[in-house]
Design a protein around this ligand. Structure first.
Ligand code: NAD
Length: 751
């Protein structure tokens, strides 16, 4: 046994300790499960062992299942007939279920001593022990986050948690993957005791010791022929008179919970996600049958999810690819650590600048905020103060940490204060002359080794770099608003951007814990280019006379977090008009006017409907506390409704296709070089249907050939915004997938 050790004390209490060598966290892998199984066998079989404590030698308990193991399972069954594949995965799932159940039902008292976080399969391991002692550890989280990756607990979690706390209380844990602090877990009854971290093992042993006599009493009764004797410490569901807390689906109290649960899943996510549906079904069926049958039901649904494309795509994009990009998949090899020590933020008193300064100071970086005047710069500090103390009020930050954060921010109007900064991010007005002026002024005071980054949304980085004396140290770092909330950052390399600048930008993004994608310098970069297609498609639909509510709902029904008209209101209609004008100026005769363009301009200029900021745009926004936003009824006068409305399925397909084909164009143009970035950038940049794993995963799963046929048909009807790029035709003609093609080219990089 490499991953788990077993020792037995003088009282016959075994201590079973998880400690995987060479890893900071324990995980459930094939090997570690095998070792745990061997230790459990010994605990059950040895007459010298009277009871057992399960613990971890690491700071945390078990972080969850090793997702590589699940990937390995899928690879092993690839190519098998579906029933055969399902049988195999079901068998592997049941072997862990059986192992945990054997320990739970062995008749000896088993406690767990949990030093820190126990997530997913890690929590399931301790749920299958009789008594849980948790360390009072601020950082510890207990939860079942599988649903967030398109999966569900598959080691008894859905059945044990529900039977412990009832369906109502289990729902947020199982269906939303919400995790609990030790205190919350204690209150809910998921753990029994919270004690000082150094005392967990002794406390757990004390509990075991006091239950040994009960174990022996029951063992004797069973030996005397009373096969129904159950120790008092066995779980509630093994006790003869067990009843589900709150009642099962066939009871007057339980029935509405199940009905409501199904409806809630539809309301929240239009039933796009397979995992919550499977979880609810497993619980519904499971609580009506004996526990061992319930475990088989859970394993069945788990198998179905593992074999479905949704969990594979979600795990790949939301976990594996995201992590690979954050760890520097595109960081130039051989450049040493370029972590930022002192950051300058130009225009730091503005909307974006203040956000950038705040997240950087939050990451422990010293920040100099520069703006036109001292007062303007001071706005950044006021913003950081408001944000920090809101977190203090919610108990998410200590007052000392808030003060330390603020102490890292200096505000000024004096460029000399930038001396010693190793990175500068400019977020001044979006005008080339203003940008040029601040680039030149800053470079006079910066060390030659410093990197200069621009947060521009529309000006080419290579053009701005020409204003710089050291274009090889010039780069784009494009944030999304609001900076604190949006997880994605686009790093834009100009024609002359060098490796050190790229490494610097990537190291900075890692420090502030955001997810980077590296994008080539092209109009609107990647995310905005695609999201513009989404908004623009809604404008086309309006021009065709489609009902605005149908447009918004169709988009929500494919899993977009915000409808395109609501999103347009957020980003401001006047900004759209301004961008259209500059694009027109840049493209000249090649510019094609949108059929809605003049009418939207009219909404802006004549009616002052600028969007959210003016409390009126496509929606009307009532005053705070006076109800929800509503689609503006006057829209029907500007965009008269067609007598016949289209099928919502067609609108859904249009929204998916128009965004996905733009993502392929970005790949074809070399704006994005890696399919993983196309997918991760889409989900974290503009919220593209997370269930799909991103636009490229969507195309691969649908089949590039089928997607191409959709494009061809939509192009014939609606024009060239659907025209498939040659790359798509090529992938489809060869019968490849985009991921498969990239793996082929890069020797497995995107797998
Ligand atoms: P903003 O108007 O809120 O802030 C601009 C700040 O720059 C102001 O505080 C202003 O005083 C300051 N400034 C202007 N001229 C200056 C000068 N010569 N020297 C020093 N400071 C000067 O604008 P914003 O929305 O924060 O946008 C800033 C940049 O970020 C723009 O390039 C924009 O394209 C880009 N951006 C904006 C968003 C967004 O959603 N707002 C998103 C991504 C990128």
């Amino acid at each position: 046994m490499k991953n788990v050790t077993l020792s037995v004390d003088a009282d016959g209490i075994a201590l079973l300790t998880w400690d995987m060598p060479g890893r900071s966290m324990n995980v459930l892998s094939e090997e570690s499960i095998r070792d745990y199984g061997a230790a459990v066998d010994e605990v059950i079989a040895s007459p010298a062992i009277k009871g057992c404590v399960v613990t971890s030698a690491k700071r945390d308990f078990i972080a969850g299942a090793d997702l590589a193991m699940l990937g390995g399972w899928s690879a092993k069954v690839a190519g098998l007939p579906p029933v055969e594949a399902a049988k195999q995965i079901f068998g592997w799932t049941m072997s862990l279920q059986t192992l945990l159940r054997r320990l739970e039902a062995c008749g000896k008292p088993v406690a767990s001593a949990i030093p820190g976080t126990a997530l997913g399969g890690g929590l399931e391991v301790v749920l299958a022990t009789h008594h849980r002692v948790m360390a009072a550890n601020d950082k510890a989280q207990l939860g079942l986050p599988e649903v967030k990756l398109g999966l569900m607990p598959g080691a008894g979690g859905t059945q044990r948690v529900t039977r412990m706390v009832g369906v109502m209380a289990a729902a947020p844990l199982l269906l939303e993957g919400r995790s609990l602090s030790p205190a919350e877990a204690l209150k809910l009854g998921i753990v029994h005791q919270v004690v000082a971290p150094g005392d967990i093992v002794e406390t757990a042993k004390t509990w075991v010791r006091t239950n040994i006599a009960e174990a022996e009493r029951v063992a004797a009764a069973r030996a005397a022929g009373d096969k129904k004797a159950v120790p008092a410490f066995a779980p509630a569901w093994d006790q003869p008179k067990y009843k589900l807390p709150g009642g099962g689906p066939q009871t007057p109290t339980g029935f509405p919970v199940f009905m409501g649960g199904g409806a809630q899943i539809r309301k929240n996510s239009y039933a796009l996600y397979e995992a919550p549906k499977a979880i609810l079904a497993a619980v519904y069926e499971g609580v009506q049958v004996p526990f061992d049958t319930a475990l088989r039901i859970e394993a069945g649904y788990f198998t179905k999810l593992v074999l479905g494309p949704q969990s594979r795509n979600m795990i790949r994009s939301l976990f594996a690819s995201k992590q690979a990009l954050e760890k520097g998949a595109h960081r130039p090899a051989g450049v040493t650590d370029m972590s930022v020590k002192k950051l300058g933020v130009l225009g730091g008193g503005g909307f974006m600048g203040a956000g950038i300064a705040n997240v950087a100071a939050g990451a422990g970086i010293e920040v100099v905020v520069l703006d036109q005047t001292e007062e303007a710069a001071a706005k950044a500090k006021a913003h950081a103060e408001k944000e920090a103390f809101a977190r203090v009020a919610k108990g998410r930050m200590t007052e000392d940490a808030a003060k330390a954060l603020l102490a890292r921010i200096t505000t000024t109007a004096d460029y000399a204060q930038l001396a010693g900064a190793d990175l500068v991010v400019e977020a001044v007005f979006e005008h080339p002359d203003v940008k040029r002026q601040v680039i030149e002024a800053a470079e006079r005071h910066l060390p030659v080794s410093a990197v200069f980054a621009s947060n521009t949304s529309t000006i080419p980085i290579s053009d701005l770099a020409e204003r710089s004396k050291r274009p090889e140290r010039f780069i784009g770092i494009h944030f999304f608003s609001p900076v604190e909330k949006m997880p994605l950052v686009e790093i834009i390399t100009g024609r002359k951007t060098g490796d050190e600048a790229l490494a610097k930008a990537l190291d900075f993004v890692r420090q502030i814990r955001k997810t980077p994608i590296v994008v080539k310098d092209a109009r609107f970069f990647y995310a905005n280019r695609c999201v513009l297609r989404y908004i623009e498609e809604a404008h086309y639909m309006l021009s065709e006379g489609v009902k605005p509510a149908l447009i918004e709902n169709a988009a929500r029904m494919i899993g977009m977090p915000v409808g395109p008209l609501a999103l347009n209101d957020e980003t401001a209609l006047d900004l759209g008009v301004k961008i259209a004008k500059t694009t027109k100026a840049a493209l000249g005769a090649a510019y094609k006017e949108h059929p809605a363009e003049a009418r939207i301009e009219d909404m802006v200029t004549r009616l002052g409907r600028l969007g959210r900021k003016a409390s009126k745009g496509f929606y009307d926004y009532p005053e705070k506390g006076k109800g929800k936003k509503r689609l503006w009824p006057g829209l029907a006068e500007i965009f008269p409704l067609a007598a016949e409305q289209p099928d919502v399925e067609e609108l859904k397909l249009r929204f998916l296709t128009v965004q996905a084909v733009e993502a392929v164009r970005a790949l074809a143009d070399g704006v994005i070089s890696d399919v993983r970035e196309a997918d991760v950038g889409a989900i974290f940049g503009w919220g593209f249907a997370p269930w799909s794993g991103g636009p490229i995963s969507y195309i691969d799963t649908l089949g590039p050939d089928r997607f191409l046929r959709h494009c061809d048909r939509l192009e014939a009807r609606f024009g060239e915004r659907y025209t498939p790029p040659a790359l798509l035709r090529d992938v489809a003609a060869r019968g490849e997938t985009f991921y498969g093609r990239q793996v082929g080219q890069a020797g497995g990089k995107a797998a």
